[in-house]
Design a protein around this ligand. Structure first.
Ligand code: C2E
Ligand code: MG
Ligand code: MG
Ligand code: MG
Length: 290
């Protein structure tokens, strides 16, 4: 399992503030080496259709295999990579590696789509449209197999971001809003951005059976999505009860540990049938089957 860097660095540090500051510097230095030395790899988490149980895509999630620290979680370094603009070369690597994997699978007769998380820095401080066009060209992947996931920390009023998204959309790349409901001005996104999918944040899914407000929020997001002709995906599904609730309320797709943790490309391919079976075994009821 993954390491939380805070624990490593707190040993021997004199004050909390110092250690956090030093950590950021150390992580930045190590991130630069990681880029040069190719220490990143991707895990893939299946995304399933809740009516058919079929795999509809995978989300690519970055991991860092540090020579001394071991496997480092993106929670520990994506923020620093964003602050230092290192997210630009790292993000390019992710796009390339993910598209190449999907193309490799295609060459073996396995067709699925991939979602890649993007940071706003990649829109502002790099030409993300050109990068994506180049990656698609080099890997030979057709654009409609690629989806980009943006969080609501992306400011919708940035004209440049909107126009980049429009260009991606024109290429036939899909666009998804990640962690929907947790950022600010959620609803203005729906008006300003050319999106295809909403991903319900896992914090709402987690408490579905303990908190009636979360039930209401999840139902509301599903109906907003459907009224706007968007697809809706639930993140962080961990239990059968959550799955059944989502199916009953006609959520289109889901991801979560209940089906599968993120895993290597090889593991995913090897376990695919089992993962798809889980939806079939646990939840497809007659009224959601049609
Ligand atoms: P995210 O895009 O919202 O991804 C979902 C996170 O939830 C992943 O954590 C995933 O492993 C985890 N997860 C999935 N199912 C479950 C579940 O059932 N229960 C629980 N508790 N967690 C679940 P991960 O891989 O640690 O990634 C964390 C975040 O780091 C991602 O959140 C995303 O915002 C960011 N990230 C990951 N890879 C990249 C990347 O390549 N580029 C950028 N810019 N950000 C990335
Ligand atoms: Mg995501
Ligand atoms: Mg998310
Ligand atoms: Mg997240």
């Amino acid at each position: 399992s993954m390491i939380n860097l805070q624990y490593i660095y707190h040993n021997g540090e004199s004050t909390m503030n110092n250690s956090i500051y030093d950590n950021r510097i150390k992580i930045e230095i190590e991130l630069r080496k990681a880029i040069e030395q190719n220490q990143f790899f991707l895990h893939y988490q299946p995304k399933l259709d809740l009516r058919t149980g079929e795999l509809v895509g995978v989300e690519a999630l970055i991991r860092w295999n540090h020579p001394r620290w071991g496997i480092v979680s993106p929670e520990c370094f994506i923020g620093i990579a964003e602050d230092t603009d290192l997210i630009i070369p790292i993000g390019e690597w992710v796009l390339y590696a993910a598209c190449q994997q999907i193309k490799t699978w295609q060459n073996h007769g396995f067709y699925t789509a991939v979602s890649v998380n993007l940071s706003q820095k990649q829109f502002i401080n790099s030409n993300i449209v050109q990068t994506i066009e180049e990656v698609l060209e080099k890997t030979g992947l057709e654009p409609h197999y690629l989806e980009v996931e943006l969080t609501e920390s992306i400011k919708p009023d940035l004209e440049h971001t909107i126009s980049s998204l429009q260009q991606l959309k024109n290429l036939r790349v899909s666009i998804s809003i990640d962690d929907f409901g947790t950022g600010y001005s959620s609803l203005s996104y729906l008006k300003e951005l050319p999106i295809d999918t909403l991903k319900i944040d896992q914090s709402f899914v987690r408490e579905l059976h303990n908190n009636p407000n979360d039930e209401a929020i999840v139902k509301t997001i599903i109906s907003i999505a459907h009224n706007l002709n968007l697809k809706v995906v639930a993140e962080g599904v961990e239990t059968k009860e959550q799955l059944i609730f989502l199916q009953q309320h006609l959520c289109d797709q889901a991801q979560g540990y209940f089906f599968s943790k993120p895993m290597s490309a090889k593991e995913l391919k090897d376990n695919l049938l089992e993962v798809q079976q889980i939806v079939n075994e646990h939840g497809i009821s007659e009224n959601t089957r049609n």
